[in-house]
Design a protein around this ligand. Structure first.
Ligand SMILES: [Zn+2]
Length: 382
């Protein structure tokens, strides 16, 4: 193999990688060397080695989750990869995100958020409410304001705390710039999603969060169908992550038809089969996890039946103050999918429980009986 380049007798371009078995001067020879151009292993392989070294030794800070036990189970949010966080609607996605956004902000991770379910003011209210320890739902529904106006001292104090938080955020934007950026477009199409990604890269953001990605629809004016646009967006996200070396977190909804058939599904450990567009997301995800409310073990059959038939409210079967995180797919931790974590969850804040607690929760959510043999119930729920 020659290392010097020769000119092509058809197009005169210098050729480094010679097409084998083609006659110089033949237009097909010209076509063949052009196909080889840019694929020369003497260029591609050293480039890949350099990139692999940079990846391994890069000084870019690692992006952690808000709790060490989460990072331990799910791994870091790696640059250049896509992570999916999946949940049924109203099953903890927003609370999980609020906790992590506040953590990332406090640790200097620059996050670009695309909220598809709320306007920027909604996200800001949630963040401020989280930091002030106020219920965002109380604030956004105006109940807090009405209570304060009627002289409720507690509500007044919460209003003051919330307003103080808004002012602090305003001040930090003016002095330190903005660690959290919010895409202002009210409705995301594939084109706006790509623009927003490019803006995030241009602004030097570390992590792009989409809540949630299944809301990115087709552009009807261009005759784009919702499904194909949504499918394309998943690939766009991976291409963006890899090209700009940004971490991408896509929140996604579990298929609600499961809940329609059986309300108890909401309280079971999510599996990839429940993910909408599972085939595509399986290919793209480096990590996929589910957020859910674990069910109590040893529930009364009568209650379960009543929940199934709609006579009892389904939340009664949930473990109180618990958020379950299930590892559903992990490209770099092949031996550890199927792990779950029970986090304490109270007043909007997730907490790691002490080891003993976590073990007991694990046992109870997996139907493992930890009591004495004589107290063992006759039937348990899987
Ligand atoms: Zn040529």
């Amino acid at each position: 193999m020659t290392t010097d380049s020769l000119p092509c007798s058809v197009c005169a371009a210098p050729i480094r990688l010679l097409p084998q078995g083609w006659q110089d001067g033949d237009p097909l020879y010209c076509e063949a060397h052009q196909v080889l151009q840019g694929r020369d292993p003497r260029l591609v392989v050293p480039d890949a080695i350099k990139a692999a070294e940079d990846d391994l030794l890069g000084m870019e800070p690692l992006i952690e989750w808000c709790l060490p036990c989460l990072t331990e189970m799910l791994g870091y949010l790696l640059r250049g990869t896509v992570t999916y966080g999946c949940a049924f609607p109203k099953n903890g996605k927003t609370a999980f995100l609020s906790n992590n956004l506040a953590f990332w902000d406090a640790h200097g991770v620059r996050v670009w958020v695309m909220p598809t379910e709320s306007r920027p003011k909604g996200l800001i209210t949630r963040l401020a409410a989280f930091r002030a320890g106020v219920s965002a739902e109380e604030a956004m529904s105006k109940r807090l304001r009405v209570r304060a106006d009627h002289g409720d001292e507690d509500a007044k104090a919460q209003m003051v705390a919330l307003m103080r938080e808004f002012q602090a955020m305003q001040q930090s934007v003016e002095t330190d710039g903005c660690n959290i950026a919010i895409e202002p477009a009210p409705r995301l199409t594939r084109a706006i999603f790509k623009q927003s990604c490019h803006a995030a890269a241009a602004g030097g953001y570390d992590l792009v969060v989409v809540d949630h990605v299944d809301h990115i629809g087709g552009d009807a004016s261009k005759g784009e169908s919702g499904y194909s646009a949504s499918e394309a967006v998943q690939y766009d996200a991976l291409e963006f992550a890899e090209t700009y070396d940004v971490a991408v977190l896509l929140m996604s909804q579990l298929n609600t038809s499961r809940v329609a058939n059986d309300p108890l599904f909401r309280y079971k450990r999510p599996i990839t089969d429940w993910v909408w567009m599972k085939g595509v997301k399986d290919q793209i995800a480096a990590t996929m996890f589910g957020i859910y409310r674990p069910m109590q073990a040893d529930l009364d059959d009568k209650l379960l039946h009543a929940v199934r038939t709609g006579e009892a409210e389904s939340w009664k079967v949930a473990q109180p103050n618990t958020m379950g995180i299930a590892s559903m797919l992990s490209r770099f931790n092949g031996s550890r999918p199927d792990r779950t974590l029970a986090l304490g969850y109270q007043d909007g804040v997730v907490r790691d429980r002490d080891h003993a607690d976590a073990l007991a929760d694990y046992a109870s959510s997996h139907g493992i009986w930890t009591g004495g043999p004589s107290e063992r119930p006759r039937r348990r729920v899987a």
